[in-house]
Write a protein that binds this ligand. Structure first.
Ligand SMILES: [Zn+2]
Length: 233
């Protein structure tokens, strides 16, 4: 982690640092105290929704709402659902944390793998002004819907080598684009199965700038504006 913070300093990158569960959210809060480059997001990832104590997370958000920059990752993912009860639980955790984000006026990072349609349906009753569909993996039609609903969408290292992601980026409202590492996911091709890290970000920014026909610096400044608008700054 120290290495990542050094890289962030060197590259002058501030990052929203999302969490997976209660324990890991406390670590994220600690990191946020150590470095002002880390914008802490806490929450319960859909992978952890069944086993995590929701009341503890609610108490944590109530206690630290002034310290946190946002809530995430939260969302839905059928990969981690084995029974109807699991599915209900995942939905309940997601909606409870959404309500808290609204209560404290916090941006949210949403995990929507294989669940975009359900997310769209649930989010129709919530504010999407500061909502991010991280690692957007939908169809062109779903992208249009995401734009209509006002979501931000983020693209990661896969953008560098995946044509379908490049096409999606070219059809995304320029003011709604964000970039991410999605570490610790591993990336193939030019990234040689390395785990996503902050030093990949300039390549993602460069690739986005080429697709949109902008200079690297213009792209970086668009992303900075978009990040501020996502964070409500
Ligand atoms: Zn995710």
């Amino acid at each position: 982690m120290q290495f990542t913070l050094k890289q962030m300093e060197g590259l002058k990158i501030k990052a929203c640092c999302v969490s997976m569960d209660n324990k890991n959210s406390l670590q994220t809060l600690e990191l946020g105290k150590h470095s002002n480059l880390v914008l802490p997001f806490i929450g319960i990832h859909p992978e952890c929704a069944v086993d995590n104590k929701l009341d503890e997370m609610i108490a944590m958000i109530e206690k630290y709402h002034q310290e946190i920059s946002g809530i995430g990752e939260i969302g839905l993912d059928p990969t981690y659902v084995h029974t109807d009860d699991d599915s209900k639980r995942q939905g309940h955790v997601f909606e409870t944390l959404l309500s808290l984000a609204e209560k404290f006026d916090k941006p949210i990072s949403i995990h929507s793998r294989k669940s975009l349609e359900n997310i769209f349906q649930i989010m129709s009753s919530y504010d999407t002004k500061h909502a991010l569909l991280h690692w957007f993996d939908g169809s062109k039609k779903q992208l249009v819907k995401a734009m209509d609903m006002g979501f931000f969408v983020s693209y990661g290292p896969v953008l560098v080598y995946a044509n379908d992601k490049q096409t999606l980026l070219s059809k995304t409202d320029t003011s709604k684009i964000l970039v991410e590492t999605d570490g610790p996911v591993r990336f193939s091709r030019c990234f040689e199965m390395k785990s996503g890290e902050i030093s990949f970000i300039p390549s993602v920014v460069f690739c986005a700038s080429k697709i949109l026909g902008k200079s690297f610096d213009d792209m970086a400044s668009i992303l900075e504006d978009n990040s501020n608008s996502f964070l409500g700054k």
